[in-house]
Design a protein. Sequence first.
Length: 244
Amino acid sequence: MNTATAIQGSKTAHTQRAAFFVPDGTIEALKWLALGLMTLDHVNKYLLGDKWAGAFALGRLAMPIFAFVLAYNLARPGALNKGAFPRVLWRLLLVGVIASLPFMGLGGLAAGWWPLNILFLLALAAASIWLIEKGTNGSQIAAFFLFLVGGAFVEFWWFGLGFCLAAWWYCKTTSRVALLVWIVAGVSLYLVNRNLWALASMPLILAAPHVDLRLPRLRNVFYAYYPAHLAVLWLVSWRLGFHV
């Protein structure tokens, strides 16, 4: 390979990176961190009656980190042309439906089903971003109405959905305006959480490009773990007499 070819290859590789680039192993580490925080939060909620305030606070970081990981992956160059959106959307919807039984069984939901679990939030975000990426007037309008209507039915509502979309915008552009909107979206989660702990996820995320961790990617672990851990919590809560 001559020097010109090597330089061109280097430029091509660089242009294939997202504007906000995080090493793959670090993205994987963030997923595992969010998984642990989510589990801690759910154990505290469903088995301990929210008695540990520290677990509740730390649990507020889980959704923003999951939202960022999804947004980051959908912001990767070529995601639209490579068919990433329908694949991700199908998985989220399928596993979201599977997880609905234990999620509803654990109780605490209005009318026994509302709001829908976090996978539907992430699926709604993926669908909205997909429509925005298509770039037509019709798709932009559809994305707006999907946000407006769909946000009423999922966990974290429009505030969580806005956080997902703002994270994607920042990953695509790294613009200051996008960062400001993302921070505001994080602050808006106060209306859901009644605290600002979700903002603690943002320093971790913004520092991620500077940390190169070497963790292997386990693509389907989260999809399997989410309904499985809810089912275990449902069974344990039932056996202990906590079932609502």
